[in-house]
Design a protein around this ligand. Structure first.
Ligand SMILES: Cc1cc2nc3c(=O)[nH]c(=O)nc-3n(C[C@H](O)[C@H](O)[C@H](O)COP(=O)(O)O)c2cc1C
Length: 260
């Protein structure tokens, strides 16, 4: 059975989950959701299709929404979604269901996996101990989820009206594009270009040896989290904070598919 797993990631949590799942499924193809792939989108005739993504402001990253809306999909496929998050999946699954339903397709199953929260703009990285707890839990969750997906088992989801209303309210305030005007570099920036290479939105140009954000930001915080010099800051709040990215994902894995 042909399987494609699409993933969006800023700091590697969702890529780790996507890789772990693909390892349990035969012939699973992993495809990154990024600007370049959206602009060259193919239709997907796979029999099993998965989406793995981080939750932003209770909902989907803007690019994931755009990707789902544009993707022509095999309507009879077994389709599953896996949200990664710090606290909860919010309305992200409902958003996917709505998009698929408009295409005449159906979400067969959805799952949520708690990972270290990465929203450095608001809080410091989790302690090493808490990160390790989440990584262990992730492995346990994959162990539970994998056979469900492998056997195409459908799972009914319960909807909580109050939680949905709160989620909708939070998501309305998610307008990431020009939030990148708050990024700046300190004296440690050596123009290495890592930020530009990993940006899934192709939103960072290196001009005269320094990154310049182009205002089509997804706020994935990959640039600030992966900078080898820790030279990127967001307003003043990040100056004294540590940095986080998934320890089992190499930065080069984020370079791969979206660069020419
Ligand atoms: C802009 C932004 C908003 C976020 N909003 C939420 C949220 O509403 N709820 C939540 O539980 N986690 C939230 N998070 C945390 C991420 O969903 C979580 O850390 C995720 O696993 C990151 O995945 P990644 O490493 O693949 O990018 C947010 C992170 C970012 C960067």
């Amino acid at each position: 059975m042909s399987t494609t797993i699409y993933y969006f990631t800023g700091t590697g949590n969702s890529l780790k989950v996507a890789k772990d799942l693909s390892g349990t499924l035969e012939e699973a193809k992993l495809v990154q959701i990024c600007r370049k792939n959206i602009d060259n989108i193919d239709s997907d005739l796979s029999e099993k299709i998965g989406f793995v993504f981080p939750v932003y402001f209770s909902g989907l990253p803007i690019m994931v929404k755009e990707f789902l809306e544009k993707l022509q999909i095999n309507k009879n496929a077994y389709i599953f979604a896996v949200a990664t998050f710090g606290a909860g999946s919010g309305i992200s699954v409902k958003q996917i269901e709505n998009i698929l339903n408009k295409k005449g397709a159906k979400l067969s199953a959805s799952f949520g996996i708690a990972m270290p929260g990465n929203y450095l703009v608001m809080y410091s990285p989790y302690s090493e101990e808490k990160q390790q707890q989440r990584f262990k839990k992730e492995e346990e969750e994959i162990f539970k989820i994998a056979p469900i997906i492998k056997d195409n088992i459908a799972i009914n989801k319960n909807s909580n009206l109050i939680a949905n209303a709160i989620g909708e309210f939070i998501y309305k305030n998610f307008k990431p594009n020009d939030k990148d005007k708050n990024f700046w570099t300190d004296e440690r920036c050596n123009g290495c270009g890592t930020c530009s290479k990993i940006c899934p939105a192709n939103n960072i140009k290196i001009i005269e040896g320094k990154p310049k954000w182009q205002h089509s930001c997804e706020l994935c915080v990959g640039c600030i989290q992966w900078c080898p010099q820790e030279a990127i800051q967001y307003k003043k709040s990040t100056v004294k904070r540590g940095r986080y990215h998934h320890p089992n994902i190499k930065v080069i894995e984020l370079f791969q598919s979206h660069r020419d």
